[in-house]
Design a protein around this ligand. Structure first.
Ligand SMILES: NC(=O)c1ccc[n+]([C@@H]2O[C@H](COP(=O)([O-])OP(=O)(O)OC[C@H]3O[C@@H](n4cnc5c(N)ncnc54)[C@H](OP(=O)(O)O)[C@@H]3O)[C@@H](O)[C@H]2O)c1
Length: 442
């Protein structure tokens, strides 16, 4: 579709890793909830990113089919509705490899040239970096401690020391310029998105609706404090690089609005350039985007690659956990998408009021035993549910090893948040400097 076809006042949402699992679930749920909750005059522009054109085309085809089916259902109750609904959602696909900072920067440059603004960036794509399973431990714990083990499994075996391919292109003599290592899991889950978020800041700052753009991070319920080591920030020596990347995500998100992190967040949120498109579209206002942390609970996706028979067994164990009372087993990607989609579409005033009342939170997708989905605040170690000492803590679905928040732990968490912002900004500055001037970048 030609750019000219995209409305200047549309609601633009970009979802990374949209071709499978939760990315697909987020797209479908976004279509449903947008059509049901937003005024008829508003158009959703759903931008999906995938790693190649084949996956991009298949993703758009899947979303188009989903929209068509949704319209067909609506048509049964209100004849003639299809025409109206179908016009309210437009699709666009882009290529993005988060482990290539050049790919990240090229996409941002292209989008800044072509989009009027971006309302929501959903940082969904990610990898586990796991290489196998400790089967005897897995079988024993799933059979004897189902709910806990299927929520916080301790049997996954992770790759250690994985780094990305070289970021810088070879020089004219075919030599590879020297560069520091970049952790692959760290970059796919966190750093690539972080760099993308900053590069898209001019578009997010010009968000048309709701007052400010939003960056929604997909964290995990599995992000314990013990898996983060400040001396191994990228998790290169860790056997829990995935959990480490999610722990940093939580630390960045919970502390993003604090005065103590302001020296770093102010540079991160700064807009270095303003695209001409903003002026053309009449968006002169500019407001600081907001960061939100969400997680999907536990869903049966391909993030942990298993042969189909074992994947079936895993899904059965998830159902059992839900039936035994776990709130954290949405199981399907559509239900797992509840929290990120809710945050994407919620009114800014409501989100602000909730944060003022109960503090900044991590929003999780949860269900009851029958699979009715809801959004639920989730505990973050060292932060609690809202960063408030003395919060009510007898909540369902709490991690077995969780302890109540104390003032000391709260202070430690804030210090860790400061450290995380400092290091992320240092890394971003370093890599942007190395990439400066390369072809295709502004
Ligand atoms: N499933 C769960 O229970 C669960 C629980 C907690 C958190 N999460 C989080 O939810 C998010 C989505 O996971 P999922 O379960 O939906 O897994 P998934 O089905 O494996 O989907 C991951 C997506 O990320 C994309 N991706 C991977 N590496 C990438 C890269 N370097 N550049 C760009 N895209 C890349 C994948 O693209 P390809 O198809 O090209 O590989 C795929 O589209 C992740 O952040 C994960 O940590 C999932």
């Amino acid at each position: 579709m030609d750019d000219a076809d995209f409305p200047a006042d549309g609601f633009y949402v970009l979802v990374t890793g949209a071709n499978s699992g939760l990315g697909l679930g987020i797209g479908c749920r976004l279509i449903d909830e947008f059509l049901h909750t937003r005024p008829q005059s508003q158009t959703l522009v759903l931008i999906s990113t995938t790693r190649d054109t084949r996956k991009g085309a298949a993703t758009t085809a899947a979303f188009r089919k989903y929209l068509k089916d949704a319209c067909r259902k609506a048509e049964r109750s209100i004849p003639g509705f299809t025409m109206l609904l179908q016009r309210r959602v437009q699709f666009r696909e882009e290529i993005l490899d988060l482990t290539s900072l050049l790919s990240v920067q090229r996409l941002a440059t292209k989008l800044k040239r072509e989009l009027p603004h971006l309302d929501v960036l959903i940082c969904n794509a990610g990898i586990g970096g796991w290489t196998g399973v400790n089967w005897p431990h897995a079988i024993w714990t799933v059979l004897t401690d189902t709910v806990h083990t299927t929520t916080w499994p301790e049997f996954k075996i992770s790759g250690v020391g994985w780094v990305t391919k070289p970021q810088l292109p070879k020089d004219s003599k075919g030599n590879q310029p020297p560069e520091p290592p970049l952790g692959e899991v760290f970059c796919a889950n966190l750093f690539g998105h972080y760099v993308l978020g900053h590069a898209l800041m001019p578009l997010l700052s010009a968000a048309a609706t709701e007052g400010s753009g939003r960056i929604i991070w997909m964290s995990s319920i599995e992000a314990p404090a013990c898996d983060f080591n400040a001396d191994d920030f990228q998790g290169l020596k860790s056997s829990n690089a995935y959990e480490s990347s999610k722990r940093i995500t939580d630390m960045l998100g919970m502390t993003a609005e604090m005065p103590s992190t302001a020296p770093w967040t102010s540079t991160y949120f700064s807009t270095t350039s303003t695209p001409e498109k903003h002026a053309e579209a009449g968006h002169e206002k500019s407001s600081k985007p907001r960061i939100y942390i969400t997680h999907p609970g536990i869903c049966a996706t391909g993030i942990f690659p298993l042969p189909w028979i074992l994947a079936l067994g895993m899904t059965a164990a998830f159902w059992l956990a839900r039936w035994l009372g776990s709130p954290w087993h949405p199981i399907t990607a559509y239900k797992g998408a509840t929290a990120p989609v809710w945050v994407a579409l919620a009114e800014q005033g409501m989100l602000d009021a909730m944060e003022r009342r109960e503090g900044r939170g991590k929003w999780g997708s949860a269900t009851d035993r029958w699979g009715n989905e809801r959004v639920e605040r989730t505990e973050v170690e060292g932060w609690g549910w809202g960063g408030k000492v003395g919060e009510f803590s007898k909540r369902k679905g709490r991690w077995r090893h969780a302890t109540d928040l104390t003032a000391e732990r709260r202070a430690e968490f804030e210090e860790l948040g400061r450290l995380a912002w400092t290091e992320m900004e240092r890394l971003r500055g370093g890599w942007e400097g190395r990439l400066e001037g390369l072809e295709g970048l502004e």
